[in-house]
Design a protein around this ligand. Structure first.
Ligand code: AMP
Length: 216
């Protein structure tokens, strides 16, 4: 039996943090489209160079490029039992492509936890966010600081602030989310797959609410 989960919610709501916790608990692969783009950027691949201009403006990378990248990732052996998708799909065209892809893998989107929070909280969280260079672990200087400033608690690597976590780009990313991604909320609600989760709680409370909503 496969299990595919789509984590939905605005930038900064904690999808990445929750996906990591859930992945460690369930053994399901964590697929973050943003992390995949950043990895390509770090390695200066053609895909990374193409994505860079969109990412730095806080806009979405074109659907065809994004869909091809996710298809390749989902076909790797660690996704045999399913995956937790974080940051994909982000447009109706991506959601349709995902349905078609999962059919090929004999699966479907099983559930869509939709994590929400107030916009001012999102902006504050993103601007205080520090990300680990090696594995993308996420900290926040106010709400979830690392034990040693600038160093990841989990793997000792350097923490950095993402370029697109700067105030202007953050606002653009939230606007892009409202325009292009929020229609997916209705789409998955209509299909009876949406699970609404209050993202204003602590990390532990959100992960407990998520686990009980998913019965996992
Ligand atoms: P994230 O880490 O999810 O906030 O993504 C960072 C950036 O990567 C976004 O602002 C987009 O430029 C790009 N990106 C990530 N996921 C997608 C996607 N599903 N479709 C298009 N662009 C994406």
């Amino acid at each position: 039996m496969t299990k595919y989960l789509v984590l939905l919610g605005p930038p900064g709501v904690g999808k990445g943090t929750q996906a990591k916790i859930l992945s460690e608990r369930t053994g399901l692969a964590h697929i973050s489209s943003g992390d995949l783009f950043r990895e390509n950027l770090k390695n200066q691949t053609e895909l990374g160079k193409l994505a860079q201009s969109y990412m730095s403006r806080g806009e979405l990378v074109p659907d065809d490029v994004t869909i091809a990248m996710i298809r390749e990732r989902l076909s790797r052996p660690d996704c045999k039992t399913g995956a937790i998708l974080d940051g994909f799909p982000r447009t109706p065209a991506q959601a349709d492509a995902l349905e078609a892809m999962l059919k090929e893998f004999n699966g479907c989107v099983d559930a869509v936890p939709f994590i929400t929070a107030a916009e001012d909280v999102l902006v504050e969280r993103l601007s205080g966010r520090w990300t680990c260079r090696a594995n993308g672990h996420i900290f926040n200087e106010k709400t979830n600081p690392p034990k040693t400033p600038g160093i990841c608690d989990f793997d000792g690597s350097e923490l950095y602030q993402r370029d697109d976590d700067k105030a202007e780009t953050v606002k653009r990313r939230i606007r892009v989310y409202l325009e292009q991604t929020s229609p997916l909320v209705d789409y998955y609600r209509r299909h009876g797959k949406l699970l609404e989760i209050d993202g204003m709680q602590t990390i532990e409370q959100v992960s407990q609410t998520l686990a009980s909503a998913l019965k996992m």
